[in-house]
Design a protein around this ligand. Structure first.
Ligand code: THU
Length: 130
């Protein structure tokens, strides 16, 4: 499985984005360690805060299908510079240890580790001192 295939899935699912308020369509494709790809688009709501980003839709769909281990996620939008995942999505990626994040627009690709995007994501949490 190469990045090309993952990115193609992300672009494909982006066509399904429900984004009547922002008119900003995002696609995400998540690669599980068994080779399955789970994709998601953003799903907006009149109550703006209920909007779900493409990344979390992909992650939720993967978890519901029984996948737990992931190797990469690709996120795409038709932007001037590659899109940047929101903080909430970074936190959810951290929950499931998505190690590699590919961010792309039509002409450029950026590669990050999740640690770069969200340093110290889980350090110390629930680790109570004796
Ligand atoms: N959005 C995503 O789906 N993923 C991102 O990485 C950034 C933003 C969505 C949320 C909202 O529907 C629209 O893009 C504008 O923020």
């Amino acid at each position: 499985m190469n990045d090309e295939t993952l990115l193609a899935s992300a672009w494909r699912v982006r066509d399904h984005a429900y984004a009547p308020y922002s008119e900003f369509a995002v696609g995400a494709a998540l690669l599980a360690d068994d080779g399955r790809i789970f994709s998601g688009c953003n799903v907006e709501n009149l109550s703006y805060g209920l909007t779900i980003c493409a990344e979390r839709v992909a992650l939720a769909s993967a978890i519901a299908a029984g996948a737990r281990n992931f190797t990469a996620i690709a996120v795409v939008a038709d932007t001037n510079v590659p899109i940047s995942p929101c903080g909430a999505c970074r936190q959810v990626m951290a929950e499931f240890h998505v190690p590699r994040v590919i961010l792309a627009n039509r002409s450029e690709r950026l590669h990050f580790s999740l640690a770069e995007l969200l340093p110290r994501a889980t350090t110390g949490i629930l680790d109570r001192a004796e």
